[in-house]
Design a protein around this ligand. Structure first.
Ligand SMILES: [Ca+2]
Length: 506
């Protein structure tokens, strides 16, 4: 068992680290309960997995079964209201690692790398003596697969990678890793666990490509949903009262009548029978998650075999959600529920009672501070996120009751305007700034989520909701002030366009 005092002794502590320790008295000396070992952390991060794409969801997508992820939830805590503060890969990943909103960490698009001098969860743990590894999809800084600060061991690839036979940088050696991505990164993670050659506690982040498009399920799952009809959701035909850009998006790369990431060859196609392309699209998305579940089961077993399962904080989440036809949309980026809700499961029996359910709103920016607290490591300075460890202990007083969301228009993906919105437990207000500081040119949206969880009836111009809309607009402004978001620079909204994104960045 690695105890705290021994653990500190084995470190070659540089002076900067001593300074770090000196600012955090709880980190010096014996922990509260000396019998508690320093935990390891395994963080499994999927790409674009919406919250209902797990078996334990109230209504699992296509009835998907994920027994291994469900088991983590049953043995630990599930968070029923987990959201990302921006629903786009790189910005959201940087928020998970930094505890910051995108405007503060600076990764506001998919082509920007994590700043080399910005504190992060892995750097904080590495500085505290953890052995750290990143294995799998990183996707910050599109063309660069080189090792990033904060990691002792590093396996990734440039850009999106492929479902089969991706060229990885395996800790400094580039090679094609033959086979199915999800399966092979799991092999690499288990190999690292076997060969890491240290008794220090570890952080392992396993980044899956799945279920990111263009979806290619593993062979054994390729037909598993073929007998299930997948109609367009009713909300796709109910766009009255919505801003016009939503209807303009229908036939684009991110709309239900568009090419569906290549699943539809001739487009736009509004014929009812063209739903068959949409069916293959949704089935394929879902089937890639079956392989992720297998991976979770293998990691669970590997930790158990090594006798470290119960002293490992085992986290499962995703960098953003995904619209599958709701409001006529595919993809993410918007502030609709399917886009911003992600699964979050945390297993750590030393501190988390089996079967715990947390219903407060928690955010991507909360993960780093929470894990650092659970690990007894120094907190990240000056962040927006908050540790939810107190929620696990049943203390929810003073927890946030609202939060704000931001997305910046992308020239490379001209299918979503700038988005700024605020969400409470019962209400959501979203508006679409033009980006020039002038008046909005799109209608805003406001939903009473308690009465209308599917966001069907836009109340933004309803006189009966006027006081709520005004209250929410003021609340959004307050959040922007409090998070240091103002002035709020953003790109100019150049409108919804029919052009396809460049093949290299899809
Ligand atoms: Ca993503």
């Amino acid at each position: 068992m690695i105890r705290f005092s021994r653990y500190v002794r084995i470190l070659a502590i540089p002076s900067v680290l001593l300074l770090l320790f000196s600012g955090c008295s709880s980190w010096i000396g014996e922990p509260e309960n000396p019998a508690d070992p320093i935990p390891n952390i395994v963080f499994v991060l999927t790409d674009d997995q919406r919250a209902d794409a797990v078996g334990f969801s109230r209504r699992p997508l296509l009835g998907i079964e994920t027994p291994h992820i469900d088991r983590l939830a049953a043995e630990g805590a599930r968070f029923d209201n987990m959201f990302v503060t921006t629903s786009l890969c790189s910005p959201s990943r940087a928020s998970f690692l930094s505890g910051l909103y995108a405007h503060a960490h600076g990764v506001t698009n998919n082509f920007t790398d994590y700043p080399v001098d910005l504190p992060s969860l892995p750097r904080q743990l590495q500085g505290a003596g953890f052995q750290t590894a990143y294995i799998g999809k990183w996707h910050m800084g599109e063309g660069d697969d080189r090792k990033r600060p904060g990691f002792d061991y590093w396996v990734t690839h440039a850009g999106q990678g492929q479902y089969y036979d991706t060229t990885f940088n395996v800790n400094g050696v580039r090679r094609v890793v033959r086979g199915y991505y999800t399966d092979r990164v799991t092999d690499l993670a288990i190999e690292w666990l076997s060969q890491r050659g240290s008794e220090r506690p570890f952080l392992l982040i396993l980044g899956h490509k799945a279920p990111h498009g263009p979806f290619v399920p593993e062979k054994k799952y390729r037909t598993v949903y073929d007998s299930l009809p997948v109609p367009y959701p009713a909300s796709a035909f109910d766009l009255e009262g919505k801003p016009d850009w939503i209807a303009e998006r229908l036939a684009t790369w991110h709309g239900i009548y568009g090419p569906l990431y290549g699943f539809r060859k001739a487009f736009p196609d509004e014929r009812p029978e063209a739903v068959s392309d949409f069916e293959r699209f949704v089935r394929s998305y879902t089937a890639t998650i079956n392989s992720v579940d297998d991976s979770v089961g293998r990691i669970h077993a590997a930790l158990a075999e090594r006798g470290v399962l119960d002293r490992t904080i085992f986290v499962f989440s995703s960098d953003n959600g995904f619209l599958l036809g709701e409001h006529g949309m595919i993809d993410k980026r918007t502030m609709h529920e399917e886009s911003i809700r992600v699964p979050l499961v945390v297993r750590y029996p030393a501190r988390i009672e089996a079967g715990t359910r947390i219903t407060e709103q928690v955010l991507s920016i909360d993960l780093a501070p929470s894990l650092l607290e659970l690990a007894g490591a120094p907190p990240l300075p000056r962040i927006h996120g908050a540790s939810w460890v107190r929620l696990l202990e049943g203390r929810n007083e003073d927890w946030r009751t609202s939060w704000h969301y931001a997305y910046d228009y992308e020239k490379q993906f001209p299918y979503t305007p700038n988005v700024r919105g605020v969400r409470t437990a019962e209400w959501k207000y979203v508006h679409y700034p033009h980006g020039d500081g002038g008046p909005d040119r799109h209608r805003a949206e406001a939903y009473n989520l308690s009465a209308d969880p599917g966001e069907r009836v836009n109340l933004v111009d309803d006189p009966k909701a006027a006081h709520q809309v005004a209250r929410l607009a003021a609340l959004l402004e307050q959040h922007l002030v409090e998070t240091g978001s103002l002035p709020d620079p953003m790109p100019l909204d150049e409108g919804i366009k029919g052009e396809l994104p460049d093949e290299s960045i899809r």
